[in-house]
Design a protein around this ligand. Structure first.
Ligand code: GLC
Ligand code: CA
Length: 575
């Protein structure tokens, strides 16, 4: 197992030492941050996203909890992940299922206690699993005491912590901005007769990041959790932190959105450059604690993506979702996305699903070969150069389970947008542990229903089936850890014009691994894929395959592939 970076204890000792050395009467200089962990664990480990409501319920309320996560750490260790990212588990009225935080320094009683959190961290540490939390700081809940104070009067010391404005002369909202979740972006608050701004639901008022007190409060929140043992944060919705100070109207463009509203070119309420100053400050605190920042940085614009890395002083892992934007299995489409990221010269992050998008099993599946396709996708994002972020249940091939009627919908966007927008419930259903009722997630009816397919598709059944998606994930994760080329090697694209097969090499000076993924139902033969690569091997040794057995020797001049076949082979110089 890799070394866990030194946390708060070491930083505190360094601070004391610096104080002791300072000459009397002079101000001690802040100690320099500890050198970056040379191993940079986050470059080598797989991060596993957990939606805590849906992972494991231990107190029989149909909702998952922190003790549930702790109880599944052995499973996660066996799976082979090095960190879990838990979506918000802080006190919250749950309008946006935790993304509306009403207290940043507590655990929601529905999920447990701070002591449960401490135990999760400690038990995780024993198993080499770090805990990453979700920092939701574009907005708070409208029930947060900061907002309660802010809304109480125009003269409140917290008034400027949020974005308050008078309406226009005719009483209309201050500008034409639209909230992402289908409502106007401004809500009139009767207490003071002013509007407040919210990019998401009205219950999620935006913080005013231009106020230094807000910035300080958030940096303190991050410090608080690092000192409690969090290994980092996923930063929610980073591109929405700042708004145009003049609140100019966004230009209206042709077309309507899924809620039937006129489309806007969001130049004044999103992606403002000031976010990079905020990220640098968050990173500085993270560096002081050896922590990692994972950004929610939805973009396919490579220049924009690169900006999130800064000069190595911003987000280590900006999640770009460039794979999730490819909506069908296509070798040329994935090849292109990888090339864009590789050319950017940054440390890549690969994601195929999360709690906001339809499950990958459905999104890439063709309705017939979904399991085989899920294996191809797994073999892709887990063998590329970069950090993969998995979504719970992806390793089982969990399917989306959309609500069947509007009354069943829990996610407010689905209520508002039905039936065009069904909301995100479908991708958030309970983890499927075994064949019992409610998939072994809970002894009572869970907050969202499990699909009928859970009886066959669950950890119990798949553990016992050597050909399951779960066992493929385990093999892939073990291989990533043990194989030098997969861990450290560069990415070399092969067969650049092949319409069906995505093939590449991962290679270091001393090792080379060929990955060949047939992304089609046809029977292509890969001819001489290594031509021109200066490798001496004429045969390869299978490391992992969906048809071929491990250690089998394959000739490299012609590799016939079955539909959706995966071949990963050692083609290194030692052969
Ligand atoms: C992010 C989260 C999403 C949430 C939104 C508002 O996009 O991933 O689930 O609704 O932020 O916080
Ligand atoms: Ca529970």
């Amino acid at each position: 197992m890799t070394k866990i970076p030194a946390f708060a204890g070491a930083a505190a000792l360094a601070a004391l030492a610096a104080l002791a050395l300072a000459a009397p009467g002079t101000l001690a200089q802040a100690p320099p941050p500890p050198p970056a962990d040379p191993h940079e664990w986050w470059k080598h480990e797989v991060i596993y996203e957990i939606y805590p409501r849906s992972f494991a319920d231990t107190n029989d309320d149909g909702i998952g909890d922190l003790n549930g996560i702790t109880s599944k750490l052995d499973y996660l260790q066996e799976l082979g992940v090095g960190a879990i990212w838990i979506t918000p588990c802080f006190p919250s009225p749950q309008v946006d299922f935790g993304y509306d935080v009403s207290d940043y320094e507590q655990i929601d009683p529905m999920y447990g206690t701070l002591a449960n959190f401490d135990r999760l961290v400690a038990e995780g540490k024993k198993r080499g699993i770090r805990v990453i939390l979700d920092l939701v700081v574009n907005h708070t809940s409208d029930q947060h005491k900061w907002f309660q104070e802010s809304r109480s009067s125009k003269g409140s010391p917290k008034r400027d912590w949020y974005i308050w404005r008078d309406g226009k002369a005719d009483g209309q909202p201050p500008n034409n901005w639209l909230a992402l979740f289908g409502t106007p972006a401004w809500k009139l608050d009767p207490a003071t007769g002013q509007y407040y701004y919210h990019f998401f639901y009205p219950e999620q008022p935006d913080l005013n990041w231009r106020n230094p007190e807000v910035e300080k409060a958030i940096l303190d929140v991050s410090r608080y959790w690092y000192e409690r043992g969090a290994a980092g944060f996923r930063l929610d919705a980073v591109d929405t932190l700042y708004e145009d100070p003049k609140l100019r109207d966004n230009p209206v463009v042709a077309g309507t959105d899924k809620f039937g509203r006129p489309k806007h070119d969001e130049i004044y309420d999103r992606r403002l450059p000031e976010v990079h100053d905020a990220l640098k400050k968050l990173r500085k605190v993270a560096d002081e604690h050896g922590a990692v920042l994972v950004g929610e940085t939805w973009t396919s614009d490579i220049a924009e993506l690169k900006r999130y890395y800064g000069n190595g002083d911003e987000v280590q892992l900006p999640m770009n979702f460039m794979f999730a934007m490819v909506n069908a299995l296509s070798a040329p489409a994935f090849r292109k996305q990888i090339a864009l990221i590789e050319e950017a010269g940054v440390w890549p992050v690969y994601v195929i699903g999360n709690h906001d998008i339809v499950r990958s099993w459905n999104r890439y599946g063709d309705g017939i070969n979904n399991d085989a396709i899920a294996k191809v996708l797994a073999s892709l994002y887990l063998t590329l150069r970069g950090t993969p972020v998995m979504y719970y249940g992806e390793e089982l091939g969990m399917e989306n389970n959309d609500p069947k009627t509007q009354d069943e919908v829990k996610d407010p966007i689905g209520v508002l947008g039905w039936p065009v927008e069904k909301g995100r419930d479908g991708e958030r259903t309970p983890m499927q542990w075994d064949a019992r009722q409610h998939a072994g997630f809970s002894r009572v009816k869970p907050w969202l229903p499990v699909p009928a397919s859970a009886r066959k598709r669950n950890v119990g059944v798949e553990t016992a089936d050597p050909a399951s998606i779960l066992n493929l994930y385990k093999r892939l994760l073990a291989l990533r850890r043990s194989n030098e080329a997969l861990r450290e090697g560069e990415y070399v694209p092969l067969v650049p014009d092949d319409p069906n097969v995505l093939a590449y090499l991962r290679r270091t000076k001393g090792s080379a691994v060929l990955v060949a993924l047939n992304m089609s139902a046809s029977l292509p033969t890969l001819r001489d894929p290594l031509a021109g690569q200066g490798l001496k091997a004429t045969t390869g040794r299978v490391l992992l395959g969906t048809t071929l057995a491990a250690n089998q020797t394959i000739p490299l001049d012609a590799i016939p592939l079955r539909p959706f076949e995966v071949v990963i082979a050692d083609v290194g110089p030692g052969r």
